[in-house]
Design a protein around this ligand. Structure first.
Ligand SMILES: Cc1cc2nc3c(=O)[nH]c(=O)nc-3n(C[C@H](O)[C@H](O)[C@H](O)COP(=O)(O)O)c2cc1C
Ligand SMILES: [Mn+2]
Length: 488
């Protein structure tokens, strides 16, 4: 059974010993950050702050902050039934194998239609809990929006699901709807920033509205079933609607309701809905913001969201997160993506064995990749393929190793890589788009990339010396000594 509400999910977390209530009075400015950061770094539970200074609403933090809570959020219980995120990954793999694709175009189309064809399509309902209170004189200052870090430009909404729609209908292979998570800096009671990076789908929709000189309707949902919140962060192709993906994850189509003041639909179970619009051509300074790189992202000009109406539950929970030096809550959301998207990457690159995006690399800085090498320079082909695939384009460094290396063990990867490379021969530099948050790039959004081919080198690659085997004991001796030690 999917969660009926965010409150339902917090009850589940509490019953599982995965949530602590904090009843002491605490400020949403910096103090919630300090508590949550300490708890996060210690591998602690989700936190429900019930007494937040200046607001009647409780704040939920760190609800996604472990792989077990991610499994709980997606409705698979890691401990009780021995099920976890890997089981969801297996379901996706099965779905891909059900319709074995033949040509590359088929594969791409399968990826696109995978979730749309599944049984869990969204459906429109007349009304829902997100309409229990309708505020036509909306005031964002009543919501306990966090000021996360000392140098932040102000308070930021950090877990928003931003619903938009492409202005043109019926475009082939382009989903009309998109849901993305883009932070929103609160400027005043009715205006916020809209921080969709240039590479993201919300920004693409906005460009289409700007080209037409039209106002863009935007609806932002907060809370509700955590599966939908996770789906908003997933790097799906532009042609896949995150609402279908959420339906697939929660094994039930998402119930959607029409907004009051704009022509969009939002999940009926949301805790808060912020309805409004973004004007073409309008920009305002956004940031700085203590970001998931562990550094402040610099202030820059971004579009502006104008609020026209808030609808909400009568007893909503305000969901939030903080990002900062890893490990943080978003690392577990991204690890989930690493696992769930591996089958989709494998559908396009069958030579892939495994991928590890270590959290220290904050996901766009480092990918450790193992492959079944089949031809000379195969590792380089895989690097360029990954740099060409969706949000993998941001990856600053890719290390490719042979299939017998466990990429989930960075210690093994460092050992094998440094042992196997002749740097001048095995390092490839490339150039391409980089994440907007990459402060080291010479120019914003453009950077070089490094690829390290740490596979065993072949004669066909110009390597004429003998390549040694890694040291291993024979199985017979191991067995004999196992038995001997057991006796002792
Ligand atoms: C907590 C959190 C905050 C995020 N903030 C932003 C943001 O401000 N701007 C942005 O472009 N992406 C942000 N992202 C990443 C996007 O949500 C992610 O790239 C997503 O795939 C975008 O969806 P889209 O492909 O539909 O545009 C954030 C992710 C998380 C988990
Ligand atoms: Mn999308």
């Amino acid at each position: 059974m999917p969660y009926k509400s965010l409150r339902d999910f917090t009850k589940k977390l509490e019953a599982e010993g995965e949530l602590r209530r904090v009843d002491a009075e605490i400020s949403p400015a910096l103090e919630i950050t300090e508590v949550t950061d300490r708890v996060c770094k210690a591998g602690g539970p989700a936190l429900l702050f019930t007494n937040v200074r200046g607001s009647q609403f409780p704040v939920l933090m760190n609800a996604f902050g472990s792989m077990r809570r991610m499994a709980l959020a997606l409705g698979v219980d890691a401990r009780q039934a021995g099920r976890g995120i890997e089981d969801v990954a297996r379901e996706i793999e099965d779905l891909l194998h059900k319709q074995p694709p033949t040509t590359l175009m088929d594969k791409v189309r399968t990826l696109i239609e995978l979730f749309h064809l599944s049984r869990y399509a969204p459906r429109t309902v007349k009304t829902g809990p997100c309409k229990e209170v309708v505020e036509h004189e909306p005031d964002l200052t009543k919501i306990p929006v966090l000021t996360c870090w000392p140098q932040d430009g102000g308070p930021f909404i950090t877990l928003p699901m931003v619903f938009t729609r492409h202005p043109e209908t019926g475009q082939r292979n382009v989903a009309r709807r998109n849901v993305g998570m883009y932070r929103m800096q609160v400027y005043d009671a009715r205006t916020t920033g809209m921080h969709w990076h240039v590479h993201k789908v919300g920004a693409a929709h906005y460009r289409a509205y700007e080209a037409r000189g039209e106002r863009m309707p935007v609806a932002v949902a907060l809370g509700g079933d955590p599966a939908m919140t996770y789906a908003a962060t997933a790097p799906l192709p532009e042609s896949v609607d995150e609402v279908y993906f959420a339906g697939f994850l929660r094994k039930k189509g998402v119930e959607m309701v029409k907004c009051e003041t704009c022509d969009l639909e939002v999940p009926a179970d949301a805790d808060f809905v912020l309805e409004g619009y973004v004007e073409p051509g309008e920009r305002r300074r956004e940031g700085p913001f203590g970001d998931h790189t562990g550094y402040y992202s610099l202030a820059d000009d971004y579009p502006v969201f104008h609020l026209t109406c808030i609808t909400r539950r009568a007893d909503p929970i305000y969901p939030a997160t903080i990002v900062g030096r890893p490990p943080m809550e978003d690392c577990f959301m991204a690890k989930t993506t690493e696992r769930l998207f591996l089958p989709m990457l494998k559908a396009v690159l069958p030579e892939l064995i495994d991928i590890n995006l270590p959290i220290e690399g904050v996901f766009h800085n480092l990918a450790l990749v193992s492959i079944r090498k089949q031809y000379p320079f195969h590792a380089r082909k895989v690097m360029h393929a990954l740099w060409g695939l969706g949000q993998m384009m941001f990856t600053k460094a890719i290390v490719v190793v042979d299939e017998d290396v466990n990429v989930q063990d960075p210690s093994e990867v460092v050992w094998r890589t440094l042992a196997n490379i002749d740097p001048k021969r095995d390092i490839t530099f490339a150039e391409g788009p980089t994440d907007v948050l990459d402060h080291a790039a010479q120019h914003p959004t453009l950077s070089s990339k490094i690829g390290i081919d740490a596979t065993r080198k072949w004669p066909a690659e110009g390597f004429s010396r003998q390549w040694p085997d890694p040291i291993q004991m024979t199985p017979e001796v191991k067995r004999r000594i196992d038995a001997l030690l057991d006796e002792m």
